[in-house]
Design a protein around this ligand. Structure first.
Ligand code: OOG
Ligand code: MG
Length: 261
């Protein structure tokens, strides 16, 4: 019988992040870890962050694009928690000294104006709860060696959440066609990847609806003011000292991050 439980798994992942020590997947030691229990670990991890003084500021979706799903070898989207400690101010370097092996990915970010509660949320209903849209960059930093994990592992690890940055301009959803909103991912001045908003579940609002409906299964509603990271449009790029990474969108503007020296 496994000696693992929700509390010991959450403690292990919390400590791995704090000590910047990546480990093997939890499921190597705890093969019985299923998806529902993994979300309990994720919630217990959030409770530890809140006990340490962090505040819940929203949610992220992961693995919503084919590019991400193929790269990580996992075909289903997931949700995870965002706290205020993850906010990276625009222009500030990625604090490589605090992180394990950070990667950077471009995302479309929503801020909710209204409460959104599943089940039965459609993309249109989801979009009507969005107050503003931003260009974004997420910095992910798996607590597992080499970003190797199964779906329950990555769910337990809060979907590799680490930091996120928003573009400087806020947009009203009605002024955008997010399916056609394009993004170029540039590294050191070279375009390395590109996608449009259609890469994210056909429309980022579909990702938001998916989050509302799946969180409803755990009795959770999305609250006004929450940030929602809708998921990487493209595969992620490793952050390195001095390496400048730019997500340049057609209308949303651009977001730039660079690893600290
Ligand atoms: C899991 C987190 C995925 C996204 O946007 O797809 C994610 C990972 O790739 O480590 O944040
Ligand atoms: Mg992401």
């Amino acid at each position: 019988m496994s000696t693992w439980n929700v509390e010991s798994a959450a403690r292990t992942l919390f400590d791995a992040e704090a000590s910047r020590a990546a480990r093997g997947p939890l499921t190597d030691d705890w093969p019985e870890l299923d998806l529902a229990t993994a979300y309990e670990v994720q919630d217990a991890l959030l409770a530890k962050k809140i006990a340490a003084g962090e505040q819940l500021v929203g949610i992220k979706l992961g693995l919503t694009s084919r590019a991400k799903q193929e790269r990580m070898g996992i075909g289903s989207p997931l949700t995870a928690w965002l706290t205020d400690a993850m906010v990276l101010e625009a222009g500030k370097p990625i604090p490589l000294g605090e992180l394990i092996h950070p990667r950077v990915e471009p995302e479309i970010v929503f801020v909710l104006g209204e409460r959104l509660s599943g089940p039965g949320v459609t993309a249109a209903k989801a979009m009507s709860a969005v107050k503003s849209v931003y260009a974004g960059i997420e910095v992910i930093d798996s607590r597992y060696l080499d970003f190797e994990f199964t779906l329950p592992d990555v769910v337990a690890d809060n979907a590799s959440a680490s930091r996120f940055v928003l573009g400087g301009k806020e947009f009203a959803p009605a002024d955008l066609d997010l399916v056609l909103e394009a993004c170029l991912l540039q590294v050191g001045g070279e375009v390395v990847d590109s996608a449009t908003g259609a890469a994210v579940q056909g429309h980022p609002a579909e990702a938001l609806a998916l989050a509302a409906n799946s969180l409803a299964g755990r009795g959770i509603a999305l609250e006004p003011g929450w940030f929602v990271l809708t998921g990487g449009l493209t595969d992620a790029v490793a952050a390195e000292p001095g390496r400048q990474i730019v997500a340049e969108f057609t209308h949303l503007g651009s977001v730039t991050v660079a690893g600290a020296h």
